[in-house]
Write a protein that binds this ligand. Structure first.
Ligand code: SF4
Ligand code: SF4
Length: 363
C-alpha cells in the first residue's frame, strides 16, 4: 500500500468493488453488534483510513492463525485490509529477512511510538531462559516486552497468544505463557480460536480504525460482540438439543438426521465464539455443520479440558458442580450446562469494559 493511499483507494486498486467493500462493512457492523446505520460510518472511516502501523510478531505457533486470515478467501477484503495495515513487520508475510527485517521493526516502533498496534500470534516460551525460541538473537519474551513497551494496544490473535493454546498443554515443556500472563500495562484484546475467525480479527482492527478505540471486552479480554454468545446459543442443531434428540455415534441414524452432537462431546455449550454465525471458508460451513462437535478451541485450557469425544456434563468439575441444581431438578440432558453457561455469560457481560483512546494515552 502506498504511503498516501487511503484504504478505499488501496482496495479499489486491488480490484475490490465499492459494493464488495460496503458488503464487508455491513458484515462487520453486524458482527460487531452495531446498529445497521453504523455500516455507513464504518465505510466512511475505514475508507479514509491511512496505513496505521501494525507490528505482527509470531512466536511459538504453527502459522495457522496467519493462514486463516490470508488463505481463507481469495482475495478477501479481510486479507487485503490486513495487507494494507500490517506491512511494517510480519515474520511470515514480509519479504525482508535478517537484519533488514529487524531494522523495519525498529523503524516502525520509532516512527509510530505510542501509536502502533501490536499483533501477536503464538505463545511465549519462558523456560530455559527463553531459549526455546529466539528471533534475531533475542528470546520471544524479550522481543514481546521490547515491542509492547510503546504500543498503543495489543491484539493477541489465536488461542496460543490469548491463553497459551496447544504449547501450554500439560506438561507444557517450554513454559509457554500467554501475552496477558506477561504484559500487564497495556490494553490487550484476545481473539482466541485455533485458528481464529478472520472477520473477528479484521472486526477488531476495523473497530479501532473507525472509532479510535477497542471494542467492549468480556472478563477474558475477548470482544463481547463476537464472544458474548456461545456456539450453542446460535447453533442450528439447537432445536434437536431442546427436543433431546442426540446422535450416539458419528454414523447412526441421529447423525444422518443432523441431530445434536452433545453426547459425542460437542463443547458448544461452554464455548464462546462466532463460528455458528460467521462460519468458515467465506461463510460456507463450520465444524458442527460438517458433522463434528465443537472442540472448544477458543476457551482457556481447551486441550486439557477432557476428551474431545466425551460429553461435557461429565467433565470439568466446576461445570458439573454449577449445573447440578438444574440437573437434579429434572432438566433435560445438558440443560444444567446451558444454565451454567448463561450464568457465566452474564457474569462476563457484567464485567465488560470499553478501552478508549484515553486509556491508551494514560497507559
Ligand atoms: S492458535 Fe492454533 S492455529 Fe493459531 S498458532 Fe496456535 S496452534 Fe496454530
Ligand atoms: S451441543 Fe453442540 S451440536 Fe448440540 S446444539 Fe449445542 S452446539 Fe449444537
Amino acid at each position: 500500500m502506498k504511503q498516501d493511499e487511503t484504504l478505499a483507494e488501496h482496495l479499489q486498486g486491488q480490484g475490490i468493488s465499492r459494493r464488495g467493500f460496503l458488503k464487508f462493512c455491513a458484515a462487520t457492523a453486524s458482527m460487531l453488534a452495531l446498529s445497521p446505520g453504523m455500516a455507513g460510518a464504518i465505510a466512511d472511516a475505514l475508507g479514509k483510513a491511512r496505513r496505521p502501523s501494525v507490528i505482527w510478531l509470531s512466536f511459538q505457533e504453527c502459522t495457522g492463525c496467519t493462514e486463516s486470515l490470508t488463505r481463507s478467501h481469495n482475495p478477501s477484503v479481510e486479507s487485503l485490509i490486513l495487507s494494507a495495515i500490517s506491512l511494517d513487520y510480519h515474520h511470515t508475510l514480509q519479504a525482508a529477512s535478517g537484519t533488514a527485517a529487524e531494522e523495519a521493526r525498529e523503524q516502525a516502533m520509532h516512527d509510530n511510538k505510542g501509536e502502533y498496534l501490536l499483533v501477536v500470534d503464538g505463545s511465549i516460551p519462558t523456560g530455559a531462559g527463553g531459549g526455546y525460541s529466539t528471533i534475531a538473537g533475542i528470546s520471544n519474551l524479550q522481543m514481546l516486552e521490547e515491542t509492547a513497551k510503546d504500543a498503543a494496544a495489543i491484539i493477541s490473535v489465536g488461542t496460543c497468544a490469548a491463553f497459551g493454546g496447544i504449547p501450554y498443554a500439560n506438561p507444557n515443556p517450554t513454559g509457554a505463557r500467554s501475552v496477558m500472563d506477561l504484559i500487564h500495562d497495556k490494553p490487550i484484546v484476545n481473539v482466541p480460536g485455533c485458528p481464529p475467525i478472520p472477520i473477528v480479527i479484521t472486526g477488531v482492527l476495523s473497530h479501532y480504525l473507525t472509532f479510535g478505540s477497542l471494542p467492549e471486552l468480556d472478563n477474558l479480554n475477548r470482544p463481547l460482540s463476537f464472544f458474548g454468545d456461545t456456539i450453542h446459543d446460535r447453533c442450528y442443531r439447537r432445536p434437536f438439543y431442546d427436543q433431546g434428540k442426540f446422535a450416539k455415534t458419528f454414523d447412526d441414524e441421529g447423525a444422518r438426521n443432523g441431530w445434536c452432537l452433545y453426547e459425542l462431546g460437542c463443547k458448544g455449550p461452554t464455548t464462546h465464539n462466532a463460528c455458528a454465525t460467521a462460519k468458515w471458508n467465506n461463510g460456507v460451513s463450520f465444524p458442527i455443520e460438517s458433522g463434528h462437535g465443537c472442540i472448544g478451541c477458543s476457551e482457556p485450557n481447551f486441550w486439557d479440558a477432557g476428551s474431545f469425544y466425551q460429553a461435557i456434563s461429565s467433565s470439568p468439575e466446576d461445570l458439573s458442580r454449577a449445573a447440578t441444581g438444574a440437573i437434579i431438578a429434572g432438566a433435560a440432558a445438558g440443560a444444567g450446562v446451558g444454565l451454567y453457561n448463561k450464568y457465566k455469560q452474564s457474569r462476563a457481560k457484567d464485567k465488560h469494559y470499553t478501552v478508549t483512546t484515553k486509556d491508551m494515552e494514560d497507559s
